[in-house]
Design a protein. Structure first.
Length: 287
């Protein structure tokens, strides 16, 4: 066919992780041009995504209609919690549970690290919907872009570990420098018998990792306007966290002494603080 095809291109919000965007101190438009200097990005992963994005944008100038979809952290399914537990957030959560602490800026700081946690089925639903229903007029062959992120809120560490307490995990905050030392010590002492989950990623945790991570870029998310039309909208954070911890325990990825003596369905029925319907847990248990 000689007809020009429309390219739907899935990349990542990592292309925004540069001082250029952080120093703008404003919400970043989805079609905001990427900076010229790739050296602003740290690490091969975001740099490679940056190069791909720039090539696709360049192709739009030569007549190819393009839509770019940029997901953030893609997490477990919102229907049953099933998640690839080898990814960073799962490794981070379990490592914090094992050492009994999660990092914070200082004992009295109100700044807490947060993640954009977007369920995989919500991301897929958003990309499919926008691909078929929200394409602009490509008469001038300009590219279109969407940030596929959680439009409800970012997920702060205190929310994650408050949810974990419902399931019997006792975790307390610790200043980052002390947490960093504890993580390294725990990794060295348990390297052979039971390596800590973050062991392959220890090089990430530099002295400035926490403070650098606090300075995230505020991204616009136009998907919020269409969430009622998505086949899988993004649930609220409390629901997701309870669902994910339920899946972690049911799958054997985590073990909780509080739940060891009874089924998780019974635990959730007895514990009115959780927000997960038992029908959802039943589906998770069958998966």
């Amino acid at each position: 066919s000689k007809r020009v095809k429309h390219l739907n291109f899935v990349r990542t919000t990592s292309v925004y992780d540069s001082p250029y965007f952080k120093n703008l101190n404003q919400s970043i438009s989805e079609t905001n041009p990427l900076p010229v200097n790739i050296c602003d990005l740290s690490g091969g992963y975001p740099q490679s995504k940056y190069v791909a994005d720039k090539l696709v944008m360049l192709s739009s100038e030569y007549g190819l209609p393009v839509s770019i979809f940029r997901p953030g952290y893609i997490c477990g399914a919102s229907t049953n919690g099933i998640w690839n537990t080898d990814d960073f957030i799962c490794r981070f959560i379990k490592s914090c549970l094992r050492i009994g602490h999660y990092p914070t800026n200082s004992p009295n700081s109100t700044q807490l690290l947060s993640f954009d946690m977007s369920p995989v089925d919500y991301c897929a639903s958003s990309i499919i919907y926008l691909s078929f229903n929200n394409q602009p007029d490509f008469t001038n062959f300009k590219f279109n872009a969407f940030n596929v992120i959680n439009y409800n809120s970012r997920c702060h560490l205190n929310s994650i570990f408050n949810s974990s307490k419902k399931f019997g995990f006792n975790v307390s905050p610790l200043p980052y420098s002390q947490w960093q030392s504890l993580l390294l010590s725990f990794s060295e002492n348990n390297n052979q018998e039971a390596p800590i989950e973050l062991a392959p990623m220890l090089s990430l945790f530099s002295d400035s990792w926490y403070s650098d991570s606090l300075d995230f870029v505020d991204l616009q998310c136009s998907i919020n306007k269409y969430h009622h039309q998505l086949s899988t909208p993004c649930p609220n954070t409390d629901y997701l966290l309870d669902l994910y911890f339920s899946y972690f325990i049911l799958s054997g990825y985590m073990r909780s002494s509080k739940i060891a003596s009874l089924s998780i369905q019974q635990f959730l029925q007895d514990n009115k603080q959780t927000s997960i319907p038992t029908t959802i847990i039943a589906r998770t248990n069958r998966s």
